[in-house]
Design a protein around this ligand. Structure first.
Ligand code: DAH
Length: 349
């Protein structure tokens, strides 16, 4: 004769053993259907209560319900334990301390920024302070005060982006085409002695090719003092060329024209890529010399316009393109590479 209590104990033991052996969600679900489901073993026992003698029913029913709740709780507990174990093993994998470290990607300065800073550093050591001026400039500073009046053919040297006069209350404004306007601005508010460098972006309404961009960066140089001469200009720029391009560098000044200087020169350094006579040299093309900037003695009319006594003061000025210096230094042949921001290009500097 089967005692209902014995059956209960057997069912419980069997159920707990199989629950302990279930090791994933699918096994847990199979266990649940097999024990607590509609045709599960425990459900079967519950159904059988009605067939028991009157006296035993109440007791058996209560015992079965207690067991049912306890097994349901055991199922949840087992499920939680399995989930915690799965999570722990994932974390353990993620924390494999024997893996080599991931390299840190470090940012770097753009090559033009690096070279601009180098240029300013060289001039800082020579006693020149850095000042900056506006990129949106008045026609007056960009042209007129630099002896480039309207209709003067020299304006053709700079193709200009003009601002729409309806947005400037009729004042004639433009995107500065060079950093030279800062010469006039600075002299307007300062007295000699002056030694400044002016870095900055300039804009030109030009078709883009390997050596021209519509935006370029320049560094302007201005010195005004008693007794400054071409010799001071040449000495300063020679020292600059040596510090930028190497101690062996020689500089050459050739006559040139810029309305704001007299005399005006174009300064070249001797080729540091070829011995100076290789017609295939991409940098000097066999001429032996590389032009790097315009320069000259500040035109006396400009000093006068600033209110300086031109019997006492003279000045020299120069202007160079930072992209050009960068290209020469690193042998870059297409200026457009500099601003396409291709990381494969930029990572080389
Ligand atoms: N501003 C000139 C340009 O953009 C460059 C230049 C030439 C600047 C001679 C100077 C200078 O200060 O003296 O083409």
């Amino acid at each position: 004769m089967t005692s209902p209590t014995a059956t209960l104990a057997e069912v419980e033991q069997d159920a707990r053993e199989r629950l302990a052996a279930a090791s994933d969600e699918a096994a847990l679900e199979a266990w649940r259907t097999g024990v607590l489901g509609r045709s599960g073993t425990l459900t079967g026992l519950l159904r059988g209560i009605g067939a028991l003698p009157e006296a035993e029913r109440k007791h058996a029913g209560a015992a079965l319900n207690v067991l049912k709740q306890s097994l349901e709780a055991a199922l949840e507990e087992r499920r939680d334990a399995l989930r915690a174990a799965a999570l722990a093993s994932t974390v353990a994998d993620a924390l494999d301390v024997t893996l080599p470290g991931r390299p840190m990607r470090r940012g770097r300065l753009h090559p033009v920024t690096q070279v601009r800073r180098e240029i300013l550093d060289v001039f800082a050591r020579l006693g020149f302070a850095t000042v900056e001026g506006p990129e949106v400039e008045l026609e007056r500073y960009n042209f007129d005060l630099l002896r480039i009046p309207e209709h003067h053919p020299a304006r053709d040297m700079w193709d200009t982006f003009w601002l729409d006069p309806s947005t400037t209350e009729g004042v004639s404004m433009l995107l500065r085409t060079h950093t030279s306007p800062m010469q006039a601005r600075f002299m307007e508010t300062h007295e000699p002695p002056i030694r400044i460098v002016v870095p900055g972006r300039c804009y030109r309404y030009e078709a883009t090719d390997a050596t021209h961009e519509w935006m370029l960066q320049q560094v302007e140089l201005l010195a005004v003092d008693e007794g400054l001469s071409m010799a001071n200009l040449k000495g300063t720029l020679q020292e600059f060329a040596r510090q930028m391009f190497g101690p062996q560098r020689k500089v050459l000044m050739r006559n040139s024209y810029f309305p704001f200087v007299e005399p005006g020169v174009e300064l070249s350094v001797d080729c540091f890529v070829c011995p100076g006579n290789d017609p295939a040299c991409p940098v000097c093309r066999g001429s032996g010399w590389i032009e790097i900037m315009g320069a000259g003695m500040v035109h006396p009319e400009i000093l006068e316009a600033a209110g300086y006594d031109t019997r006492r003061y003279t000045g020299f000025a120069a202007g160079m393109g930072v992209e050009r210096v960068t290209m020469l230094k690193y042998g870059i042949t297409d200026i457009r590479n500099l601003y396409q921001n291709d990381p494969r290009f930029l990572a080389q500097f």
